[in-house]
Design a protein around this ligand. Structure first.
Ligand SMILES: Nc1nc2c(c(=O)[nH]1)N[C@H]1C(S)=C(S)[C@@H](COP(=O)(O)OP(=O)(O)OC[C@H]3O[C@@H](n4cnc5c(=O)[nH]c(N)nc54)[C@H](O)[C@@H]3O)O[C@H]1N2
Ligand SMILES: Nc1nc2c(c(=O)[nH]1)N[C@H]1C(S)=C(S)[C@@H](COP(=O)(O)OP(=O)(O)OC[C@H]3O[C@@H](n4cnc5c(=O)[nH]c(N)nc54)[C@H](O)[C@@H]3O)O[C@H]1N2
Ligand SMILES: [Mo]
Length: 561
């Protein structure tokens, strides 16, 4: 949007008028519009194509435009509110860049793979609430050959981008839509579900539609902003989950600890040029590692609840944990209002202790741990209370030109739980681990089902449905209930993946036969605890009702020549 002379309020008003008249629409309403989709994707610390993306083959087809094994012709039911384009675009991306420390499936498919430093080659931090210690990473060696730390890689990209942006982008105003978020006033802005699309109410940003914010994008200063702490930490504040405080003393302390930027837009602000300085900044700003900040952060919650809470952190008020303290030994985090457990020498982490023992209201409509959900959609689905939902009868779907051979096939319900003995996809890079996992992709089926297709343990199985095909070795076990198949989450297609006659390609990943199926109740928004929160509440791919056709593979083709 051109900056012009308009104020931010005028821009928002203008946008709302255009949205109301239908002249301005959200990207999501026409996701395949050729002007619409992002054409560049940077992957960092996620293995999108090898582990996380449900519907691997669709990603190959539509996102990347590579060889794929989608078998159906996509004639399924489609939501009506979205504009569908036929044919659906293939190869939406112009460029995919993967920052990786190993050749993951995502790195194999990337246009550019930037080799990333590993855990013993950089400064970094590791912690979560359920893991109440904070651990450092320190470089034991320099990153080998051309690999570099992610921080240095992003710095290089930011620096070059800033240089090019001076000529090509300059400074622009961007209108950003954010959902009615949990822990904001937006979550209780409506007393009933109304849809402005259907003229049931007016579109009011932050109340009946997403909040609209005008953000100034100073693209040429991207690098300078990345490598310093900005002034908003002190003036607007920092925090999470609706608890915010001004990091003014912390910003001043960082100027002393890390030094000040000497020129440019960030002049006088704390320097954040190295990844270690970035880690120090986090340790200074976080209540979990800065006792004075912890006490300060409770004050916001004290005002809101009328309760006295700072005693929860006062015992550690004088502690300030810096990076070098962590290098001496991992430290236990300080109790903070961002989490819900009480951390002390006497007890281990447990969730919601602050709500139960200190009586801080739960972040729900009632302020209590709430099992009854009175939202009309929940009532429509009969899910006001937790209930048992039997599996749906979903068929493997239209498998296109693949001829069915019922006499050598069984149809199984396909589940992809997280493995007990490995974490996501990385384990297979260790030869010992890979060997323990049969040297490649495997799928668990019951002995009763194996018998029906004359498959023995360790035979190759060809598994397919409308979404695609995956080849995997059978693990035959009486522990699997008949009718079910378990293919543990995040097996890669990198090693020991034979070809399959069904696609004429190598046989896929565990996500080749899945797709994204959204459950409507996950789309409820703007309603207390049912409001969107990243990683907390929102649409997920539900996999439990997927089915596959399983055959014992005939001659296995390795495409070695
Ligand atoms: N079918 C099915 N699909 C699923 C799931 C399921 O149960 N079933 N589970 C879903 C869930 S809950 C999750 S969390 C996702 C997980 O999916 P992903 O997050 O995609 O899985 P990971 O294998 O952990 O990928 C992390 C990648 O980061 C790399 N990495 C590690 N450290 C660094 C680093 O410092 N820098 C860089 N640049 N890279 C690094 C690793 O080598 C690894 O390749 O999968 C989701 N997808
Ligand atoms: N060892 C190991 N630990 C991990 C991970 C890992 O990869 N390996 N990943 C971590 C991550 S990122 C995550 S998200 C968590 C995931 O950990 P969990 O949330 O435990 O996830 P899953 O193992 O995918 O699923 C748990 C069980 O749900 C069952 N299930 C499937 N559908 C339904 C249903 O409709 N109703 C009910 N009641 N049950 C159903 C599955 O059969 C499975 O046994 O684990 C974390 N911990
Ligand atoms: Mo996860």
């Amino acid at each position: 949007m051109a900056a012009g002379a308009s104020t931010d309020e005028e821009i928002v008003d203008f946008a709302v008028k255009k949205i109301k008249s239908g002249n301005l629409r959200f990207a999501i309403e026409d996701p395949d519009h050729p002007d619409n989709f992002p054409r560049m994707l940077f992957l960092w610390r996620a293995n999108l194509l090898g582990a996380s993306s449900k519907g691997h083959e669709y990603f190959l087809k539509h996102l990347l435009g590579t060889d794929h094994a989608v078998l159906n012709s996509e004639s399924d039911l489609r939501p009506e509110k979205i504009k569908w384009r036929d044919p659906a675009p293939e190869g939406k991306l112009d460029l995919m860049v993967t920052l990786e420390l190993r050749m993951s499936t995502s790195a194999m498919y990337a246009d550019i793979a930037l080799p990333a430093a590993g855990w013993y080659e950089m400064h970094d931090l590791s912690t979560t609430d359920m893991h109440p210690f904070i651990h450092p990473f320190n470089p034991a060696i320099d990153p080998p050959w051309e690999s570099r730390t992610n921080w240095e890689q992003f710095k290089t990209i930011a620096e070059k981008f800033s240089e090019l942006a001076s000529d090509h982008l300059g400074t622009v105003k961007d209108l950003v839509a954010t959902p009615l978020m949990h822990d904001t006033p937006g979550e209780i802005a409506q007393d009933r579900v109304q849809d402005w699309h259907h003229s049931e109410c007016d579109p009011v940003p932050g109340k009946t539609m997403p909040a609209l914010t005008v953000v100034t994008r100073d693209y040429p200063n991207t690098f300078k902003k990345m490598t310093s702490l900005g002034p908003l930490a002190a003036s607007a504040g920092v925090g999470a989950k609706g608890v915010m405080w001004h990091a003014d003393t912390e910003t001043e302390a960082l100027k002393t600890a890390l030094g000040k930027v000497t020129e440019g837009i960030a002049q006088g602000q704390p320097v954040m040029e190295t990844e270690k300085q970035a880690a120090e900044t986090i340790l200074m700003l976080a209540p979990e590692t800065n006792g004075a900040t912890a006490v300060k952060s409770w004050e916001t919650l004290e005002k809101r609840t009328g309760m006295s809470l700072r005693h929860l952190s006062r015992g550690r008020q004088d502690e300030r944990i810096c990076f070098d303290d962590l290098t001496v030994q991992p430290r236990k985090i300080i109790t903070s209002p961002i989490w819900s457990g009480i951390e002390s020498e006497e007890r281990r982490y447990s969730p919601f202790v602050i709500n139960i023992e200190e009586k801080v209201p739960f972040r729900t409509l009632t302020g209590r741990a709430q099992f009854y959900q009175d939202h009309p959609w929940m009532r429509d689905f009969g899910e006001q209370l937790p209930i048992y939902r039997p599996p749906l009868t979903i068929t493997p779907g239209n498998t296109g030109s693949v001829k069915r051979e019922p006499e050598r096939e069984i149809v199984l319900n396909y589940l992809t739980p997280h493995s007990k003995w490995s974490i996501h996809s990385t384990y297979a890079d260790t030869l010992t681990m890979l060997t323990l996992f049969r040297g490649g992709e495997s799928i668990w089926i019951s002995d009763a089902d194996a018998k029906k297709i004359k498959a023995k343990d360790n035979d190759w199985l060809e598994c397919f449905n409308a979404n695609g095909v995956v080849m995997a070795k059978a693990v035959v076990s009486p522990r699997i209930p008949p009718g079910k198949a378990f293919m543990y989450h995040a097996q890669e297609r990198l090693i020991n993946t034979p070809g399959t006659g069904i696609s004429g390609k190598r046989g896929g990943t565990h996500n080749s036969v899945t797709r994204i199926l959204v459950k409507p109740t996950h789309m409820i928004g703007g309603y207390a605890q049912l409001s969107y929160g990243f990683n907390y509440y929102g649409p997920i791919g539900s996999q439990r009702d997927e089915t596959i056709i399983v055959r014992k593979a005939g001659k296995v083709e390795w495409y070695e020549d």
